[in-house]
Design a protein around this ligand. Structure first.
Ligand code: ADP
Ligand code: MG
Length: 278
């Protein structure tokens, strides 16, 4: 079993503080949903975990099985078992999808070991079939000319083949039609095991028709303001975030005079500790 801990994480982008003390703890075997209004720092959290150079950690820690993730390069994070499915996957002209994935798989092997080509082709074909991807997708350039839904499926294809310990899925459901949503959801859910956990950023409950989530966290103004079970997501789906803003005494979703990251962070932490949540 593995553990990913995010401890009092503060992150700035271009001099502006976006994350103001995020605390989260994930174990393999668990699926955690993170939701929250637009612009509250969900993608910032995802990018910081993976090591995007633009996101500057000003204080706090990220630990993977006790090891300091923030001291690792991006490729080291990947080799240690972290994976990010991006909200807006990049196109890489000139590199085929299959070469891209093969290289990433190779990079994870111990030095001197190689990936048998036939084994790779078989596993790629199998994963493409399970995701019901078009047959030519592995041979096309990474994401170039892919539809929005194909790009998202392509992120999941990479995840299936790289077999990370923790996958951060940033709005993997946006832009998917109903059938694609089911396919993606079922494929993610099938990964759930004592060796795999996920942080699933989403706005919509419908993804959870296919993915069995265990915990729901709401991120607002750069802090986790509430944690709970699926009932929390149902409430947000029905009622939006207004009730929570009222409960927390928030008028605006920006740095108004009556909000401080520390106060919110303390509320959320205290509340989850009272409930015995992680
Ligand atoms: P969410 O994913 O919750 O919608 P983001 O993490 O994308 O929110 O963004 C949070 C805030 O940080 C926004 O105000 C956004 O404009 C800002 N931000 C995020 N990434 C960058 C960046 N690379 N450059 C400048 N501002 C950014
Ligand atoms: Mg986002």
């Amino acid at each position: 079993m593995s553990k990913l801990q995010i401890i009092d994480l503060h992150v700035s982008v271009e001099g502006k503080e976006i994350l103001k003390g995020v605390n989260l703890e994930l174990n393999t075997g668990e699926f955690h949903v993170v939701m929250g209004p637009n612009g509250t720092g969900k993608s910032t959290l995802a990018a910081t975990i993976m090591g995007h150079y633009k996101y500057q950690v000003t204080s706090g820690q990220i630990l993977l099985d006790g090891e300091d993730v923030l001291a690792m390069s991006v490729d080291e994070r990947s080799r240690k078992g972290l994976f990010l499915a991006m909200q807006y996957p990049s196109e890489i002209t000139g590199v085929t999808n299959s070469d891209f994935i093969k290289t990433a798989m190779h990079a994870r092997l111990p030095e001197g070991e190689t990936l048998p080509l036939l084994k790779f082709i078989r596993s790629l074909d199998k994963a493409c079939e399970e995701l019901k991807m078009r047959e030519d997708l592995p041979h096309r350039y990474v994401n170039e000319g892919f539809s929005g839904g194909e790009k998202k499926r392509n992120e999941i294809l990479q995840m299936k083949l790289l077999k990370p310990k923790f996958a951060i899925l940033d709005e993997i459901d946006s832009g998917l039609d109903v059938d694609a949503l089911r396919i993606v959801g079922e494929n993610v859910n099938a990964m759930k095991s004592s060796e795999f956990g996920s942080l699933i950023i989403t706005h919509y409950e419908r993804l959870l028709d296919y993915i069995k989530a265990d915990y729901v966290h709401i991120l607002m103004n750069g802090v986790v303001v509430k944690s709970g079970g699926l009932e929390l997501m149902e409430k947000v789906d029905k009622e939006g975030y207004d009730w929570l803003k009222e409960e927390l005494g928030l008028d605006e979703l920006d740095d108004g005079p009556n909000i401080s990251g520390n106060i919110l962070g303390t509320c959320a932490l205290k509340e989850s500790m009272d409930k015995g949540d992680k």
